[in-house]
Design a binder for this molecule. Structure first.
Ligand code: FPP
Length: 277
């Protein structure tokens, strides 16, 4: 259950409130991650330019973050710019996305403050243009003491390169502290990920219907529930986040165990004969 002082349910729209009221307060996700896809297609359907899709996508980022903060979601992580986007998209589009990110931060930090949202980043952000990094740092420092939702933007992010960075850091630690490699645990790997301070996502949402994980949080989504919607990201709003959470709550998470409804095993499995051949 979330800390009640962070809840601002009265600020939800009536439509959002109607969905929120169907949720089970005891099993809300702690961490929702989103692969924001379909900006280009959204624009194409309207005979607009791709950059206009990205602009509308930035608006969705803000609106969804505000709904997340109203329901007291502790962690929201958005895949805003992948390493592959950086390497494979035309330079003009990459430059536009960088300018959009800068202006997004400039115009929305005050709203982040009003919503008690703390901003963080994951990814190889040191390879982003210096003027973008400078605004990112400013937004992070300005919002650092906020205690509501932590909004993490994945920027110049790739999960495999995150694992490479983690293994490099772990190898250096092992060498330095003379630790035997067979003592490495899952926890040691977790400690060296960009997400070391966060719980793993409970729910991963992907917009625009694609059934792919696209190199996002590969280690962290081992037991995450996945929800794919056909909606394009620029159309995605807070109410759709709530609908995804409602869908998530209808799932049964077993983490490799048995369903609760299975109950006691009636017969001792040791006594069951296994027919060979
Ligand atoms: C996918 O659309 C989305 C991205 C390339 C990145 C997401 C970027 C934003 C939501 C806008 C800016 C974000 C912030 C935080 C200010 P696509 O271009 O891959 O769409 P398509 O698959 O339809 O071509």
């Amino acid at each position: 259950m979330y800390h009640s002082s962070t809840l601002r349910i009265h600020e939800l729209t009536p439509a959002e409130r109607a969905v929120y009221d169907t949720l089970k307060p005891g099993s809300l996700p702690e961490h929702v991650a989103i692969i924001m896809d379909g900006n280009g297609r959204w624009a194409g359907r309207r005979l607009l330019k791709r950059f206009q899709g990205h602009q509308q996508g930035a608006r969705s980022v803000q609106l969804v973050t505000e709904t997340a903060s109203r329901i007291g979601l502790p962690w929201l992580t958005l895949y805003a710019f992948s390493l592959e986007n950086n390497l494979r998209r035309p330079r003009a589009e990459v430059n536009f996305l960088m300018r959009l990110l800068r202006s997004y931060l400039e115009s929305n930090v005050q709203r982040m403050m009003d919503n008690n949202v703390r901003m963080r980043y994951i990814g190889r952000t040191h390879d982003l243009p210096p003027e973008v990094q400078e605004r990112m740092l400013w937004a992070e420092e300005t919002t650092a003491r906020n205690t509501g939702t932590t909004l993490t933007l994945a920027l110049n992010y790739g999960a495999r390169s995150e694992l490479v960075d983690a293994f490099r850091a772990l190898a250096a630690e092992i060498r330095h502290k003379h630790i035997s490699p067979d003592r490495i645990t899952e926890q040691d790997i977790h400690r060296h990920l960009y997400t070391a301070q966060m719980p793993d996502p409970d729910l991963l949402i992907r917009t625009s219907g694609e059934m792919r994980v696209s190199n996002f949080l590969l280690w962290q989504i081992a037991y995450t529930e996945i929800y794919v919607t056909d909606m394009f990201w620029p159309d995605f709003r807070g109410i759709h986040l709530l609908e995804a959470i409602a869908n998530y709550q209808r799932r049964e998470r077993r983490y490799g165990g048995l369903s609760e409804s299975v109950g006691e095993v009636e017969e001792n499995p040791e006594r069951i004969r296994i027919a060979a051949g």
